[in-house]
Design a protein around this ligand. Structure first.
Ligand SMILES: [Zn+2]
Length: 311
């Protein structure tokens, strides 16, 4: 079922199920995106490795894990002094209630904790021993009353200037010899990872050419949004949107409990053919990362499959 080779598999750990919990830990950057219930229970002492948390919005399934996580970071067996920064959408009332509760109940933390409100369009430079990256925020369409944010991890990369791409190596060497390396190369910004929380489809311009987009797909079809919340996305619009944004890999998450793994897998592959999609599509189903190019082993069901009741 799982291909060991698919991109970022060894860098990510997470759990996602609509309404219950969503979180995704990016080990390479020590960043946790959202903090739904069960983060500390699942990561155990690895929670001490988290340096920054980026929250997309204040709904319970994205923040309920904060209480336990802070408690474990304060009392558990690990580096209890490691600082933690939590970033969240500015002026989000639900999050402000949570911050107030945590401030009142976790007064004597052993580590520095900083809450940082963010607005859409902000850029943060994050440095560690391995170098630096930027986090860029963008607004997502979710709750009407509260600001919700998505996050891009952006890397500065170097490439040949367009006027030199067709030259032979020997010609390039000659220019470098005469004018130096900087004559032929330029820096550019590359989105290497995008996280959108749950929302309506993210604007393609905000995630253009992303190497790895994490996007919700709560419903398999529009009709399944019976209560017409219009806060979530359905599969086909997400796939078409990701294609328009020219992403390299799409990780679908936040699917509704009503669908079996087989139903979601079949739905994705049907639409892949219908729209002739060539980018890689992965699915985070509970805590399992599934490569949708690899056949599902139907006989060997995931052990949790039978326990999941359809709602
Ligand atoms: Zn939500």
């Amino acid at each position: 079922m799982n291909s060991p080779l698919f991109p970022l598999q060894d860098q990510l750990k997470g759990f996602s199920r609509a309404l219950f919990t969503t979180w995704l830990y990016h080990k390479r950057f020590n960043i946790l995106f959202d903090c739904g219930e069960g983060v500390a229970t699942s990561l155990q002492n690895r929670v001490f490795g988290i340096r920054r948390i980026f929250l997309s919005h204040g709904h319970a399934d994205h923040i309920a894990g904060l209480v336990n996580l802070l408690n474990i970071r304060n009392l558990g067996a690990g580096d209890q002094t490691a600082p933690l920064q939590i970033y969240y959408p500015y002026d989000n009332k639900l999050l402000e209630y949570m911050i107030d509760y945590l401030t009142k109940t976790q007064k004597d933390l052993s580590f520095p904790l900083v809450w940082v409100p963010l607005e859409p369009g902000e850029t943060l430079r994050l440095e560690d021993q391995k170098g630096y990256i930027y986090i860029k925020t963008f607004e997502t369409k979710h709750s009407q009353r509260q600001l919700s944010l998505g996050y891009n991890i952006v890397e500065t990369r170097r490439r040949l200037k367009p006027e030199y791409v067709n030259l032979k190596q020997s010609e390039l060497n000659q220019i470098i010899w005469e004018k130096g390396k900087d004559e032929i190369a330029e820096d550019y910004q590359k989105i290497i990872f995008s996280y959108g929380g749950d929302s309506r489809p993210i604007c393609p311009d905000d995630i253009k050419n992303s190497l790895y987009l994490c996007h919700e797909a709560t419903y398999l079809s529009k009709e399944d949004d019976e209560r017409n919340f219009q806060q979530h996305s359905f599969l086909e619009e997400v796939l078409v949107n990701a294609n328009e944004a020219s992403v390299e890999t799409l990780l679908l998450m936040h699917t509704s409990l009503r669908y079996s793994l087989q139903e979601i897998y079949d739905g994705i592959n049907e639409l892949k053919n219908k729209h002739n999609l060539s980018y890689k599509i992965l699915l985070l189903f509970g805590d399992i990362f599934i490569d949708t190019d690899v056949p599902l082993m139907t006989k060997k069901k995931h052990p949790n499959q039978d326990k999941i009741q359809k709602n």
